[in-house]
Ligand binder design. Structure first.
Ligand SMILES: [Zn+2]
Length: 137
């Protein structure tokens, strides 16, 4: 089985289109309100577009109206890596990565006051995800 953590940039470029590569492998951000899953409420499971690992479910997705898909929790805590991101001066953030392939997914914000069980908002780029429609319970 491929260990996606050790795939080279050249190999990623073969697997991903230019925009997917920019966001997933270069920690880019898709423009707000443009992603295909921003307002989706279809029942199903969201997998990493880079490696296929199941990351989020529709049952934890909520309408944050922030311009990107928002989840209050990942499918399981060990599916994602959360690490400090100081790329914006004066605005420390927490980056969210796929634990299996270490591709960038988005950021997680805490304490914004959303009426969810965790008060956390996983703000994830649509282009980093693939939705598989299936029953989730
Ligand atoms: Zn992945």
């Amino acid at each position: 089985m491929t260990d996606f953590r050790f795939i080279s940039d050249d190999q990623w470029r073969e697997r991903l289109n230019a925009e997917e590569f920019r966001v997933l492998r270069r920690a880019g951000t898709e423009a707000p309100h443009t992603g295909e899953y921003t307002d989706t409420d279809t029942e199903g499971v969201y997998s990493c577009r880079a490696c296929g690992t199941e990351l989020f479910r529709s049952t934890e997705k909520f309408a944050a109206h922030c311009g990107w898909p928002a989840f209050f929790s990942p499918l399981a805590g060990d599916r994602v890596i959360e690490r400090e991101d100081t790329s914006l001066p004066g605005r420390p953030r927490v980056e969210v990565l796929c634990a299996a392939c270490e591709s960038h997914l988005g950021h997680v914000f805490t304490g914004e006051g959303y009426d969810t069980p965790t008060d956390r908002r996983y703000c994830i780029n649509s282009i980093c995800l693939t939705l598989e429609e299936k029953p989730v319970s």
